[in-house]
Design a protein around this ligand. Structure first.
Ligand SMILES: C[S@@+](CC[C@H](N)C(=O)[O-])C[C@H]1O[C@@H](n2cnc3c(N)ncnc32)[C@H](O)[C@@H]1O
Length: 278
């Protein structure tokens, strides 16, 4: 039976956006082609391929893991189940960091928990004179991040296997950015939607979700230059607690910024002076 592109999309029982992305992937075409050729008949092999992808999606698998890619800050990133799927709200962190990394300077920037490398590589791409260090405790995640650096021919990022700051020695940075795990262990959302398929170590961090953030905020002054900034993403209801932690750790100009939905999504602060060793 002949099935057109439009009919296959409608019959897939998927959300229209998901169906379009999977159809593009199955056919190897762009969005414009799909619209312009909506009435074209699919070949039997294309129908079969799309049906298999649609079945995986109906079983709950995230679209990004099915296609193996996700766009972030204008770049296409390879993603596998070893890494968190980059989220649009994390672009706020990149935007903030870009505003604080002067285009002419050669700042040293640390990305803690790099995953696919989306934050570090976006910053490195936008600021080719910056030196980025991207850390993760997952070797599998670092492999994905390295492949993304190669894919975009980005050479100003070094990748480091480390438990947060552990392997950094005495290095200091002008800016530390992080999207750490921050969901409370046992949160019902972990058993729903895409989160079911993402690595547990990328998602949750302790009873209230703040274990990683507290560790990072407490240790960051040992790894920042005087005048350096720490900024990180956190959960929708964690901003006040993050600001309190930042102030307790000696940061000044402590702030939180909202995402497009009006939710306080990132917080950070400035380290005025390197703390003296007691
Ligand atoms: C929320 S994901 C963020 C990934 C990516 N930066 C992004 O924004 O899409 C958190 C990342 O932190 C890493 N991570 C978790 N615990 C860590 C630790 N102790 N040391 C270093 N990285 C860690 C995870 O492997 C994961 O890649």
């Amino acid at each position: 039976m002949t099935v057109t592109i439009a009919q296959a999309q409608a019959a897939s029982a998927l959300e229209a956006t998901d169906a379009r992305v999977l159809l593009r992937h199955a056919l190897g075409v762009d969005a414009v082609y799909l619209i312009a050729h909506a009435g074209d008949a699919l070949k039997a092999e294309q129908q079969k391929q799309f049906a298999a992808l649609a079945e995986r999606r109906r079983a709950g698998e995230p679209v990004a893991y099915i296609t193996g890619t996700r766009e972030f800050y204008g770049l296409e990133f390879a993603v596998t189940p070893a890494v968190l799927i980059p989220r649009p709200e994390t672009e706020l962190l990149v935007e903030w960091a870009l505003e604080h990394i002067a285009p002419a300077a050669q700042p040293r920037v640390l990305d803690l928990g790099t995953g696919s490398g989306c934050i570090a590589l976006s910053l490195a791409h936008e600021r080719p004179r910056a030196q980025l260090c991207a850390v993760d405790c997952s070797e599998a995640a670092l492999d994905v991040a390295r492949s993304n650096a190669q894919r975009h021919r980005i050479g100003n990022v070094t990748f480091l296997h480390s438990d947060w700051f552990a392997a950094l020695g005495t290095q200091r940075f002008d800016c530390i950015v992080s999207n750490p795990p921050y969901i409370a262990a046992g949160d019902a959302h972990l058993a729903q939607g895409d989160l079911r398929f993402e690595p547990a170590g990328a998602l949750s961090s302790g009873k209230d979700g703040l274990d990683a953030i507290c560790l990072i905020v407490t240790a960051a002054p040992q790894y920042l230059q005087a005048g350096g900034w720490l900024v990180f993403e956190h959960g929708y209801d964690q901003a006040a607690r993050c600001r309190a932690r930042l102030e307790a750790a000696g940061f000044t100009q402590v702030f939180s910024h909202c995402d497009l939905a009006g939710i306080e999504r990132i917080s950070g602060g400035r380290l005025d002076a390197i703390p003296s060793k007691s």
